[in-house]
Design a protein around this ligand. Structure first.
Ligand SMILES: [Mg+2]
Length: 204
C-alpha cells in the first residue's frame, strides 16, 4: 500500500472494484480474454493472433481495456453489452465477510463511492458475489454512467458531483496508479494504491 497527498479531512472514499475489492488473478485475466475471444471471432482471427495484436497495442498505449477495444472498432456501448453478457462474477468470487465489515466500518464516518470501468450491472453482480450490500456505496459510477473509462476525468467528477463532496475531501483507492490515482491527484484528491483486497482490510 502507498498513500499520496492524503487530505486532513476525508469525507469520501472512491473505490475501484476489480483488483481492489477482490484479489483473483484468474478472474481478472478472464475479463481480458473473454472479450478478446469474441473480437477474434468477429474479425475471423485466431484468439492467439487477436491477443498478440492487443498486447502490441497495450505495450504502446497504456490505457483501459474499453479504450483498447474502441481502437479495434468496438464502441463503448458494445463493450458495455459484451461485459454484461460475458462476465459472471458469481462463478469466480465468493462472500468476503472481512471486506463487508471493513466497508461497513468505513461507511460510518465517510461516504463511499464505487468507480469502475465495468458496467454498473457487473458492479452490482460483483458486490452480490462478494456478499456486500450495494447500498453501502452512496454512489456507483460504471462504464455506462459516463460512457468513458478511467483514467478519463469524467467518472471521477461524476462520482464527486453525486457525492456532493469537494475533491479536496476525497481519496481515490485502487490497484493501478495510472488508472485509479493519477487523475484524482490532479483533481486535488488524495490517493491510495492497494495491492489487492488484503490492503483494503487495513484501511480503517
Ligand atoms: Mg482495478
Amino acid at each position: 500500500m502507498r498513500t499520496y497527498s492524503l487530505p486532513t479531512k476525508i469525507s469520501a472514499l472512491l473505490f475501484d472494484m476489480d483488483g481492489t475489492l477482490y484479489t483473483n488473478p484468474a478472474y481478472a485475466q478472464s475479463q481480458i480474454d473473454l472479450p478478446i475471444k469474441r473480437l477474434a471471432v468477429l474479425q475471423g482471427k485466431s484468439f492467439e493472433q487477436m491477443q498478440a495484436e492487443i498486447a502490441e497495442f497495450r505495450a504502446k498505449f497504456a490505457t483501459s481495456l474499453g479504450n483498447v477495444f474502441l481502437a479495434f472498432g468496438v464502441s463503448i456501448e458494445e463493450s458495455i453489452r459484451w461485459r454484461e453478457e460475458l462476465y459472471e462474477p458469481t462463478k469466480s468470487l465468493c462472500h468476503d465477510s472481512r471486506l463487508r465489515e471493513t466497508l461497513i466500518r468505513l461507511s460510518t464516518s465517510r461516504k463511499l463511492a464505487l468507480v469502475t470501468n465495468n458496467p454498473t450491472l457487473v458492479a452490482q453482480k460483483t458486490l452480490t458475489a462478494l456478499g456486500v450490500d450495494d447500498r453501502i456505496f452512496s454512489v456507483i459510477v460504471g462504464l455506462d454512467t459516463c460512457k468513458v473509462s478511467k483514467p478519463h476525468t469524467a467518472p471521477f467528477l461524476k462520482a464527486v458531483e453525486l457525492l456532493g463532496v469537494p475533491c479536496s475531501e476525497c481519496v481515490s483507492i485502487g490497484d493501478r496508479f495510472d488508472i485509479d490515482i493519477a487523475v484524482p491527484l490532479s483533481l486535488g484528491m488524495g490517493g491510495i494504491i492497494v495491492n489487492g483486497v488484503e490492503d483494503v482490510y487495513s484501511l480503517p
